[in-house]
Design a protein around this ligand. Structure first.
Ligand code: SF4
Length: 885
């Protein structure tokens, strides 16, 4: 029987609705045409969700150490150890580190247990790493962590300023909405502010490649210009505090366009144009994201751009306002129920005694936390020095994602009692765990999430829990029960939790707060199941709210908004002779976080199969780096080896490395290991975007790669990286500083094929240092290895295609060992369009032979770019690079 379940994508903060069609064992995913956030679109990641549903690598049972145990045994141990440590050392000696991957219901229960019943606020979330600066900026300006806008404001704007975000790759469906809005409204202007020329630059009318870290100066300059131009909205400003000081500081630090251009390293004319457009356009949206937040002055940067909206009254009306795009699927939901160490559930404040009392009364809790807990980076410092003795990590991978990640590993290793609940059996973090608890994942999870526009959507399950897997909320409430809080955590269903939370938002209504869910407070079973996407606050009659602050009322005690006097500060650590380059980090188009899900999809792994450092051609020349070779990247906290990618999209002096890779997929290309754990003093968010580093060529004795139908265990001592290449074929890139005496022996060991009697064909040219070998099983290619003295090795995509032949024909056998496609064989080249698996060579060939000059023409000829559209900016660059002179 076929059925369709409406749920939401588990990746980014756009929060797209998806339809999951289940037909027996066949599961397919398509965009939900009715969901107001994506209106029938999905990006490459969302489109490939069905590829990631298998049980490979899943944690299916509880474990104590390496011993499989029952739920009872594991839960008893967790509860007993937490109770014992709390009795011995107090509640501050335990902590939870949670995640924007949790559903709101999971988050609520974890937060209630820690803040209301353990009595400590040592619960923080990995959202600390992506948007806590935006939270703090909102609270300083509006008195609450409230995002004023809706996605449809993007379509009503006349000017969209995108700052600190590669929307095309990190929020692709919003990028598609903006792009379509620009097509429909040619007057819509887009300004991109980013040190890199990212794929988002494709739709920008102006790209301002500012000097890293100078964002606050740019927005102070804009504020000073707005003041000069008489753009103050005097009526609106009567309800804003701090105006004079903010404007005075803007004039002092960024007095004119010349000064701004010089300080930010920008062209005068480009800055002037941006300021003119902003000055003359009423409907302005400023989209901001991790490039603003992940900074040692991220909160100030957020307030500098919010100041410009408040000064001109451009907030709370259609098509205008500052708009923070969140990273994770439920970062917003976590914020709503107090997932951060300094907040309480339903946007109440931990440092407000009235709020604490309200929450304590509502929960009937024995003793509330009365001071903020440790924020993520400080929490792991406390774990390392033993102040925190027991830590429970839920659905996140701090061994990879924290800055100075080697120190985080030391902390995890030193932790007296570490619990990890996760859907995956082996992560970089779970390797240190005393107890591992199997938690549900997308497809099994049921509850709610909130996206960047405050829209609450139902994430519905459509698969049974495999093995002994349980939802996170169930695991937490079972531990709470065993800690002695059974009646307060007697939830039978996630609906019970949601109801409790929704009712809490209206408890003691005389205590003013921005987050109210009155219309959702008494949902029955069917209503919760059928809940339609809705933006909070939700009125008693169930109506959501598109836009906040339309009435000019804010959530400060005076009901006034606040402008902040911002004194721009440079990044905490500046470049030096030893570390002359500035490292920026971020996402790639088709991967998500630490690869636990997207790493299971060959089509998502094809576009970027290996970590890389992007370097400007001038810097490559200075530091002797060749495209596609390897280099050692070093920073104050460590170093690692990484592939070089030379690109004009970098500005001189800056490099970029993606954030996703970890020890499960590479020999150690965890970029966060080189970053210092410097944080913003207000938000505690780490500075991921501006860290000084150096690069120097890394010269191995040999380079190589392997393709194999079997996943191989890598104990190879040099550089390696693995990715899923197609179906179940794994690709391994290799390099090493030492060469073996016997390549046959070495290769057979690497390919785990020492068994006698395999059909092993090989070729060795000792003089050139080239070796090639393949293992055939029943005439089919089973695995192969290619070694050479440099990185000029045979095309992988062509070889991956040979795995489809059954049996391998004679031409292919010969070409296999010659390392070149034979007559009639083609190499499609690196994948550009992952939806249809179209390679760059195929695209270039079509451009040249068919005279294609637009992405639409390529789409017609090859389908590339016609599904999610994420590759269209890349198609445009390929067209530009391959036109006749
Ligand atoms: Fe998922 Fe892509 Fe939508 Fe983000 S933009 S929610 S990753 S489909």
């Amino acid at each position: 029987m076929t059925k369709t379940v409406k749920t939401v994508c588990p990746y980014c903060g756009v929060g797209c609705g998806v339809d999951v069609r289940i037909d027996g064992d066949d599961i397919s995913v398509s965009p939900d045409r009715d969901h107001p956030s994506n209106l029938g679109r999905l990006c490459s990641k969302g489109s490939a969700l069905a590829d990631t549903l298998d049980l490979k690598g899943r944690l299916l049972n509880p474990y104590i150490g390496n011993k499989q145990v029952s739920w009872d045994q594991s839960l008893e141990l967790v509860a007993n150890r937490f109770v014992q440590i709390i009795e011995e050392s107090g509640p501050e000696a335990v902590a939870f580190y949670v995640s924007g991957q949790l559903l709101t219901e999971d988050y609520y229960v974890a937060n209630k247990l820690m803040k209301g019943f353990i009595g400590s606020a040592n619960i923080d979330t990995n959202s600390r790493l992506c948007m806590s600066s935006a939270v703090a900026a909102h609270k300083r300006a509006f008195g609450a962590d409230a995002v004023p806008c809706s996605y449809e404001d993007l379509e009503q704007a006349q000017l969209i300023v995108i700052t600190g975000g590669n929307t095309a790759w990190c929020h692709p469906v919003l990028y598609q909405r903006i792009k379509l809005a620009k097509t429909r409204n040619p007057d819509l202007r887009i300004v991109l502010i980013d040190p890199r020329a990212t794929a988002t630059a494709d739709i920008a009318d102006i790209h301002l490649p500012l000097r890293p870290g100078t964002d606050a100066t740019l927005f102070n300059g804009l504020l000073a210009t707005l003041d000069h131009a008489g753009k103050a909205d005097k009526a609106f400003l009567s309800n804003v505090d701090g105006v004079e000081d903010a404007v005075a500081e803007a004039h002092r630090t960024a007095p004119n366009i010349e000064s701004v251009a010089a300080q930010c390293g920008l062209e005068f004319s480009a800055v002037r144009q941006f300021f003119e457009w902003y000055t003359d356009t009423e409907q302005v949206i400023t989209v901001f994201s991790q490039g603003i937040n992940q900074s040692s002055s991220g909160v100030d940067k957020g307030n500098a751009l919010i100041n410009c909206h408040l000064y001109t009254g451009r907030i709370g009306k259609p098509g205008m306002g500052p708009f923070s795009f969140t990273g994770q699927p439920n970062a917003m939901g976590g914020r709503e129920v107090g997932g951060l160490a300094n907040m309480l559930a339903s946007h109440l404040e931990l440092d407000n005694p009235d709020h604490r009392q309200l929450v304590q009364d509502y929960w009937q809790s024995p003793g509330m936390a009365d001071k903020p807990g440790l924020k993520a980076v400080d929490m792991f410092r406390a774990v390392k020095d033993g102040r925190i003795r027991a830590l429970w990590v839920m659905a996140t991978n701090p061994a990879v994602s924290l800055p100075e990640s080697d120190l985080a590993r030391e902390a995890l290793d030193a932790c007296e009692f570490l619990v990890v609940s996760d859907c995956m059996a082996e992560t970089d973090t779970s390797l240190f765990a005393d107890v591992r608890l199997p938690a549900s994942t997308w497809g099994e999870k049921s509850g709610t999430v909130t996206n960047s526009e405050r829209r609450i959507s139902r994430m519905r399950s459509f698969m049974e829990h495999p093995g002994e897997v349980k939802p996170d909320w169930w695991i937490i409430k079972e531990v709470a029960t065993r800690m002695g809080f059974s009646s307060e955590f007697s939830y039978a269903h996630e609906r019970d939790i949601f109801k409790e939370y929704a009712q809490m938002t209206g408890f003691r209504p005389e205590v003013e707060r921005d987050l109210r869910l009155d219309g959702l407070a008494s949902l029955n079973e069917a209503e919760y199941e059928e809940l339609q996407p809705v933006q909070w606050p939700v009125s008693p009659d169930g109506q959501g709210t598109k836009r906040l602050f339309s009435d000019g009322q804010f959530h400060t005690p005076s009901k006034k908004a606040r402008m902040l006097a911002i004194t721009p500060r440079p990044p905490e650590h500046s470049v030096s002779d030893r570390f002359p380059l500035i490292l920026n980090t971020g996402r790639v188009r088709d991967h998500w976080h630490t690869l636990t899900r997207t790493g299971k999809s060959a089509r998502l792994s094809a576009h970027t199969y290996e970590p890389y450092v992007e370097v400007h051609p001038g810097d490559a020349l200075i530091y002797g780096l060749k495209d596609d070779s390897l280099a050692e990247l070093s920073g104050h906290a460590g170093s690692f080896v990484v592939r070089i990618r030379i690109s004009e999209s970098q500005q001189p002096g800056c490099v970029f490395v993606p954030m996703h890779w970890n020890n499960q997929f590479s020999s150690g290309s965890r970029v966060n290991r080189v970053l210092l754990s410097t944080t913003d003093p207000v938000s505690g968010q780490p500075e991921f975007k501006q860290n000084p580093v150096s690069l120097e060529p890394w010269q191995p004795k040999w380079h190589g790669f392997m393709l194999s139908r079997r996943e191989l265990s890598m104990d190879h001592g040099g550089y390696w990286n693995r990715s899923l290449a197609a179906g179940d074929i794994w690709r391994y890139e290799l390099a090493c500083k030492t060469a073996p005496d016997d390549w046959t022996d070495y290769s057979r060991k690497l390919l785990c094929t020492t068994d006698e009697g395999v059909n092993w064909i090989e070729y060795l040219d000792s003089s050139s240092g080239r070796y090639r070998a393949a293992r055939l099983v029943d005439g089919q290619l089973e695995s192969c290895i290619f070694i050479g003295p440099d990185h000029e090795l045979p095309p992988r995509e062509w070889l991956i295609g040979l795995f489809e032949q059954d049996p391998l024909d004679d031409v292919s056998r010969r070409s296999l060992l010659s390392g070149k496609p034979g007559a009639g064989q083609k190499d499609a080249g690196a994948v550009v369009c992952s939806c249809f698996g179209v390679g760059i060579n195929t695209i270039v060939d079509a451009i040249r032979t068919q005279g294609l000059v637009t992405p639409e023409a390529i789409g017609e000829a090859l389908q590339a770019g016609t599904n999610c559209g994420s590759c269209v900016p890349e198609l445009k660059s390929i067209i530009a690079a391959n036109q006749p002179a």
